[in-house]
Design a binder for this molecule. Structure first.
Ligand code: AMP
Ligand code: TRP
Length: 364
């Protein structure tokens, strides 16, 4: 093995020791666990990608990352920081490099264990872009033009409607297909992309023979998390996020800015916890959420009390992750080592798929 590879693996092991921790439990809608696998029986493979957006918000964690953490114990899990995808909106090289490392440290801090899953950066396995081109040749342009996220992006960045925005879902299909993953943990906002991924591999299989499985989405119990405005999906581009690894002061500020039940004007008015985003979020941060909802309904408690409690619980829940994040960012070589080892580990898988695909398409 090359010296660089050995060094990277050593770093990955050291980082794994630094990172070992037991994640909080969480219910997900999944089939029963497969019977305990006995080595060397292989486990079903899952894949997911996340953009290096610079921050991790509550929507990312409740909608997807909690499932990443859970599923690494049951599946052969591959998680990818999609820097190629990020280039469709970010053109600042320094920012992209920094955010990619920050996202890796965030995911490790939140419980991804490099001994149990493979974490890597998309551009470190350039086979993804080769497969994207090959899949592009079986993808009608009309499928891409009608993708909701493409239409949205055209509106959000009218001066930068680059070709990558249109091709985005083909690259996403390639990410999943290259490892022949069968399940994809994501938030509900990715449903249309996932459906398109399935259609693209179906089109390939029809033309060139059965090659790729059609991967299914796996959702958490919070597939869509609303932002602090209580109306739109929580998203960095909207600016309605609760940044879970930010300072306690910042988290408190963001939670206290949340819109509650807009019809509850006076403290003495009864609240409607079914429509109050703050009450709904309490479900994920304690067993007493029914009691909390009851307090709102009967006006025993006020919105400010309920928000203060939520802020404190979010701060406490993520305190260990915040500490690990700071420690990892103080040892960037270890984070980079984990990513390098991840990409190395995937090389044979990616190359085997590419050999098969090239042969089927008449390229070799
Ligand atoms: P992104 O930051 O867009 O790459 O999203 C990373 C993951 O978080 C994806 O699986 C998204 O579906 C999920 N996600 C992002 N925002 C939300 C949200 N508001 N509610 C639920 N899941 C979300
Ligand atoms: N489009 C996804 C997002 O914005 C990120 C992504 C890229 C992805 N490739 C993927 C998600 C493959 C799941 C599988 O969040």
């Amino acid at each position: 093995m090359a010296r660089a590879g050995r060094a990277a693996q050593g770093q990955a092991r050291r980082a794994a020791r630094r990172l070992r921790y037991t994640p909080p439990t969480m219910t997900v809608q999944l089939e029963p666990s497969p019977a305990p696998a006995q080595a060397p029986v292989s486990r079903p493979r899952i894949f997911s990608g996340i953009q290096p957006s610079g921050i991790v918000h509550l929507g990312n964690d409740l909608g997807a990352i909690r499932n990443y953490v859970m599923l690494q114990y049951e599946y052969e899990a591959i998680y990818c920081i999609v820097d190629y995808h990020a280039l469709t909106s970010t053109h600042d090289a320094e920012a992209l490099r920094r955010r990619t490392r920050e996202m890796a440290a965030s995911l490790l801090a939140l419980g991804l264990d490099p001994d149990r899953c493979t974490l890597f950066v998309q551009s470190h396995r350039p086979e993804h872009t080769e497969l994207m081109w090959l899949l592009a040749t079986v993808t009608p342009v009309s499928w891409l033009e009608r993708t909701p996220t493409y239409k949205e992006k055209k509106q959000n960045q009218p001066d930068d409607v680059n070709h990558g925005l249109l091709t985005y879902p083909v690259l996403q299909a390639a990410d999943i297909a290259i490892y022949k993953a069968t399940k994809v943990p994501v938030g509900k906002d990715q449903a249309a992309h996932l459906e398109l991924s399935r259609e693209i591999v179906r089109a390939f299989n029809n033309r060139y023979g059965e090659t790729f499985p059609e991967a299914e989405a796996v959702y958490t119990t919070a597939p869509v998390v609303l932002g602090t405005d209580g109306v739109k999906k929580m998203s960095k581009s909207v600016g309605n996020t609760i940044e879970i690894l930010a300072s306690p002061e910042e988290i408190r500020r963001q939670v206290m800015s949340m819109v509650t039940d807009t019809k509850r004007i006076l403290r003495s008015d009864p609240g409607r916890p079914e429509v109050c985003n703050v009450c709904q979020m309490h479900r994920f941060f304690g067993d007493d959420w029914e009691e909390i909802q009851d307090g709102e309904r009967s006006a025993r408690t006020g919105c400010v009390d309920t928000k203060k409690l939520l802020a404190q619980r979010v701060i406490d829940h993520y305190a260990p992750a915040r500490e690990r994040y700071a420690e990892l960012m103080a040892h960037p070589a270890e984070v980079d080592g984990v990513l390098e080892a991840g990409a190395d580990r995937l090389r044979p898988l990616a190359q085997a798929t590419m050999d098969e695909v090239r042969a089927r398409m008449g390229l070799r």
